[in-house]
Design a protein around this ligand. Structure first.
Ligand code: TYD
Length: 212
């Protein structure tokens, strides 16, 4: 059972180079204008807390055993939920996170091959609440596009981190796992065709229905 809290939780997802970063700031502003009585909290994963940001620096740089990587992602997430996400949702705020658990399924599961059973167990453990419900985003905006389009975009912009150095095959597997998660929870996911122009994507985001 998914937790129902007074706030509203939105996550942004997609493979590296899908263009989510281009839209996330503008989307946060849009939410703040639309819901002036609600505070909008913008955060990210891995990260979002002082400990989480330290873990992020390690996770994006240091090569490590796959299980270790997944456990650290979820450790950072546990802290993020406890310190930031859940208190904000309890207070009725809108939380917008640049990535959440779907990224662990996609990257550690799809990309690197960690078993989905282990990821399910971690999700239950870290997002499980005392009343038996599971903390999940109310809405996940997934920027979807083929791996080679994302790769071409990435190579233009920045120095790659550990994940961004992976090959096309890796990103195709990441993409497929995102799509599997979206199929599993269609009511939570909104798919964005990220091959479209930034203007077309922004128009779509602006007309997205939010049940708040
Ligand atoms: P990203 O969100 O793309 O930030 P930036 O735009 O600054 O590069 O980078 C985070 C990276 O971490 C991305 O490559 C995906 C990866 N990641 C995982 O592998 N597992 C996770 O659970 C999360 C949250 C992120």
């Amino acid at each position: 059972m998914t937790a129902t809290l007074p706030g509203y939780f939105i996550s942004f997802e997609g493979i590296d180079g899908a263009g989510k970063s281009t839209h996330i700031d503008a989307f946060c502003k849009l939410m703040q204008e639309r819901y002036p009585n609600r505070e909008v909290v913008v955060t990210r994963e891995p990260g979002g807390t002082p400990l989480g940001e330290q873990l992020r620096a390690l996770l994006l740089d240091a090569p490590m055993n796959l299980e270790t990587e997944a456990l650290l992602m979820f450790a950072a997430r546990r802290e993020h939920i406890a310190q930031v996400i859940e208190p904000a949702l309890q207070a009725g705020k809108i939380v917008i996170s640049d990535r959440f658990t779907d990224a662990s399924f996609a990257y550690q599961g799809g990309g690197r091959g960690l078993s989905i059973a282990k990821l399910n167990a971690l999700e239950q453990w870290v997002q499980g609440r005392n009343d038996g419900s599971l903390l999940q985003p109310n809405l996940t905006i997934l920027f979807d596009l083929p791996g080679e389009v994302a790769e071409a975009r990435r190579s233009k912009v920045r120095a790659p981190d550990k994940f961004e150095k992976m090959d096309l095959h890796f990103f195709e597997k990441v993409r497929q796992e995102y799509l599997r998660r979206a199929k599993e929870a269609p009511q939570r996911f909104h798919l964005v065709d990220a091959t479209k122009t930034p203007d077309a994507i922004w128009n779509g985001l602006q007309s997205l229905k939010i049940n708040l």
